[in-house]
Design a protein around this ligand. Structure first.
Ligand SMILES: NCc1[nH]cc(CCC(=O)O)c1CC(=O)O
Length: 328
């Protein structure tokens, strides 16, 4: 799809500023400001310094720091209060990390725009006591019995499947908090999304990216998504014009996979799609047990125009062949 010509962007007659909702973490703020910069490049009438007003919102996911997301209700927790602000008309649109956004939007809210994907891979970050891992096989290099900090059941299951000798301690908080815990020796290494590190211009020494076939990323990882009220035609048109069609296709596949598998938010699930040179789409899905004792990974290729159908099909196939208790 060719990028829409700027002339097709609607003139904005509505009162300014447009109010943008965001979480307050450094990563969320970076993503929000990057998004606003894209909008103003595309729509010069919004270049005015007073065109946007940033509303930082505290979500349940930010408040609850002592438990796994999987235990307290999963993804929706980073978006609930933001959805409420949209529906209450306290904000006009909101910027999210797509991987923290539930697959089904609440009534009245739509995912209007997905931005160009940053690197979707996870990285292994060694703490100060560890030698830099071998980039060819980073997980093999971890010392026997080492303690790895993560609170993601998806990362934990894939790590323990490969290395049952390792143990895992909970690491929550934003990217900076987790790096501080690592520096303080709470774990020998941790795993983070490369996208977050790149956006924050952080390059922890020894960090190595993990092959997405070895550590299947989360659905939507590295993609920023923007939500608006379904009835806000004007903003929906503007946002549709700056959408990245490739990000829309891969996220449609990954999110349909997630939706098809989503029996319980405690289930480790991975989903990663990429567009091939011939316009086809290749999707890898993973479902596992948190302790790594069971792990099923499958790949499917199909027409990128039918990304969501492909995701649903792969999700159904994984679900059929995984133990039923994973979806209880
Ligand atoms: N769950 C927190 C979160 N949500 C999005 C990112 C990274 C950026 C992205 O995936 O777009 C992170 C940090 C991490 O997982 O290390």
């Amino acid at each position: 799809m060719p990028p829409a010509h700027p002339a097709s962007v609607p003139q904005h007659r509505r009162p300014l500023p447009l109010r943008v909702g965001t979480r307050a973490s450094p990563l969320a703020l970076w993503q929000t400001r990057d998004f606003l910069a894209r909008v103003t490049r595309f729509c010069p009438v919004l270049r005015d310094a007073k065109a946007f007003e940033e509303h930082q919102l505290l979500t349940s996911g930010d408040r609850i720091q002592d438990r796994r997301l999987a235990e307290i209700g999963g993804k929706g927790l980073f978006a609930k209060e933001i959805h409420e602000a949209l529906l209450d008309r306290r904000i006009d649109f909101a910027v999210h990390s797509l991987k923290d956004l539930e697959t089904e939007m609440p009534p009245g809210i739509v995912l209007a725009c997905t931005l160009k994907r940053e690197d979707a891979r996870d990285v292994l970050v060694p703490g100060p006591a560890l030698a830099a891992p071998d980039p060819a096989d980073p997980l093999a290099a971890l010392p026997r019995g080492a303690v790895i900090g993560t609170s993601s059941v998806r990362r934990q299951s894939q790590l323990l499947h490969r290395r049952p000798d390792l143990s895992v301690v909970m690491f929550r908080g934003n990217v900076q908090t987790r790096l501080r815990k690592l520096a303080e020796g709470e774990a020998a290494a941790t795993m983070l999304a490369l996208a977050g590190l790149k956006r924050l211009a952080l390059a922890p020494p020894g960090a190595v990216a993990l092959d997405p076939e070895v550590m299947v990323p989360a659905a939507g990882q590295g993609i920023v998504g923007v939500t608006v009220r379904a009835d806000d035609t004007e903003l929906r048109e503007l946002l549709a014009a700056i959408e990245d069609p490739e990000a829309r296709a891969v996220s449609a596949a990954e999110r349909a996979l997630l939706a098809a598998l989503d029996g319980s938010c405690r289930t480790p699930i991975g989903g990663h799609a990429r567009l091939l040179a011939d316009g086809r789409l290749r999707l890898t899905g993973l479902v596992a047990r948190a302790d790594g004792g069971f792990l099923l990974r499958r790949t499917l290729e199909g027409d990128a125009a039918e990304a969501a159908r492909l995701g649903a099909e792969l999700g159904a196939s994984l679900r059929r062949d995984a133990p039923a208790d994973l979806f209880a």
